[in-house]
Design a protein around this ligand. Sequence first.
Ligand code: ADP
Ligand code: MG
Length: 667
Amino acid sequence: MKNITNLERKFVRSIQSYLVVYFSIAVLMPTIILSVLGTYIIYNQVINRAEVKVLSDLNSAKEIYKNTISHLETVARLTSARNFIINAILEKNVDTLQYDLQQTLYNERLDIFTLVDSKGVVICRARNAFSRGDTLLNNECIQRVLSNKQIFSGTEIINAKELEKESYELMERASIQLIKTPKSRPNEKEVETEGLMLKSAVPIFDKKGNLIAILIAGKLLNRNYDIVSRIKDVVHEGEIYKGKEIGTSTIFLRDVRISTNVKNKDGTYAIGTLVSEEVYNKVILEGQRWIGDAFVVNDWYIGAYDPIKDFKGNVIGMLYVGLLKKPFDDIMWSTILIFVGIGIGAMLIIFIVAVFLAKRITTPLRKLEEVAKKITEGDIKQEFTIKNAPREVENLANTLDHMAKELEKEKQELEEWADKLELKVQERTAELKKIHGQLFRSEKLASIGKLAAGVAHEINNPLTGVLTNASLLLEDLPEGDPKKEDVKVIVNETIRCREIVKRLLDFARQTKPQKKLINVNSLIENIILLVRNQTSFRNIVIEKELENNLPEIMADGDQIQQVIINFILNAADAMPKGGNLKITSKLLDNNEFIELKFTDTGIGISEENRNRIFDPFFTTKENGTGLGLSISYGIIEQHGGTIYVESEIGKGTTFTVHLPIKSPFEE
Ligand SMILES: Nc1ncnc2c1ncn2[C@@H]1O[C@H](COP(=O)(O)OP(=O)(O)O)[C@@H](O)[C@H]1O
Ligand SMILES: [Mg+2]
């Protein structure tokens, strides 16, 4: 079952089967029509020719038949013209006559040679010396010769009695057993006893011209094969087809075959059989010629029948010639065979052409199918070449190739894009982390700032009270009072406290920057001028690398100055034994930010502390407040900028500040 379905799958609805089926229809239809028409036309032509030939054969046969009668006439005429015969008649020398006629009868192979007197009485019979004296006056032929005194020749039926008078042997020869065949016309008779006789009756005159006798020459056609043999020899030239004689001829007495060259299977002549009803009606009853297919003994013939008439014009028999139909049927069959051969040949050629064509189409298509399958499976890089394919298939291949290449390109692009995306994501994550840190720090600053502000506010008033009272007490105490020094300490420490509180408030207030265009470079220059002479900068070299065309930025000058001072002071704190402070400024590539860098060669910041330096109150210094960096951070953040720190213990620290040229918070 499975094999069948596979086979079906291969051929049903395949290009090959389509080609075979449609080609076959296109070629076989005309071939079949042509075959049928061709065979029909050719066969008809052949049969027509055959019928024409049969008719001409029939005419030839008739000619031979007539010649035989002529021969009888000639023999009778020549004999009757002899003086010896005339004298013998006049002298009634019967024995001499009988002997003489007998000689001629045998020489000329006659069946009857009979002499009658002017009254129709038999003078002598050549064949039978003892049969004489009877009258033949009732014979039609004799009557005519007597009345017309002319020669009469023709065919007539002679009954058994008459034949017996001529000779017993003739009567026997005439008697034919009838053989009934399925196709033959019904006939009640068992035996045909009559004979068909060719006859010539010649009048004999004396010297005065009186009719003294009639000489009758006759030939019995029953079982006489001379005529049919001659017809066979002359007309058909004894032609044989596949062991059978092509030409046949037959003489009928009415409907009975009495002489024929058609033989039975046992080699005897096929006499005694009867003609068909159709032929009988047409030829015997209507007296017309009949032509058509006739089944004679064993075979089919194309036959023609001509009526044989007696002296009165009654049809008494038929002359038949036929051509064996087999050669013509064989022509038809070989014609059909040729057409069938052409059909089969065409089918074969169609099949081969279709298979070849289908291969040319399907082979590249299958290859394409495979390629497409592999592409679907993800194997895009498919190298393939399609050769000698139809243009459409080649186009398909090119499209597929193009598609594969596009796919490959897109795949690559996708991969590149994915890589880029990953990088971007990493960058973003890092950035987010940073922002998160900054946010966290800002929030911390804000909450601590609020707390600090509250505390500072609460402390400020009592501190003012302490300072006022301590100052008054200091004024009130006389010089040299030992308590005066203590009160002084109270006043100074209170001032210091107030300073811290003030700073705290500054930090907590986070006043909104008063932005205007400022030149950061000149800001740095001024600060350097201010700090340079201070003792803590004695051993420190300040190096500056300020970009000439640094654009002015929108910022609060006081606050930025505070940030810068803070970095510079912190750097100095980190380098108690002196060192190098490098300050640089430049415009960043994006043209949106300026960058400030403060690099010192100080003690550096430990990893642990690096996260805490921006926290308020974180300090490592004895007198530090831990507010400088946290305030700076707040200011830079308010300006939309950023601060980074890089540091290595013992080597130094770099603070980097990015500030936007145009403040993002500007309205
Ligand atoms: N340039 C620097 N080198 C080394 N440490 C520094 C530097 N700048 C700041 N620091 C560290 O950061 C801490 C916090 O600084 P800051 O907020 O200015 O407060 P303070 O200066 O009052 O300590 C400092 O105590 C110090 O430990
Ligand atoms: Mg500081």
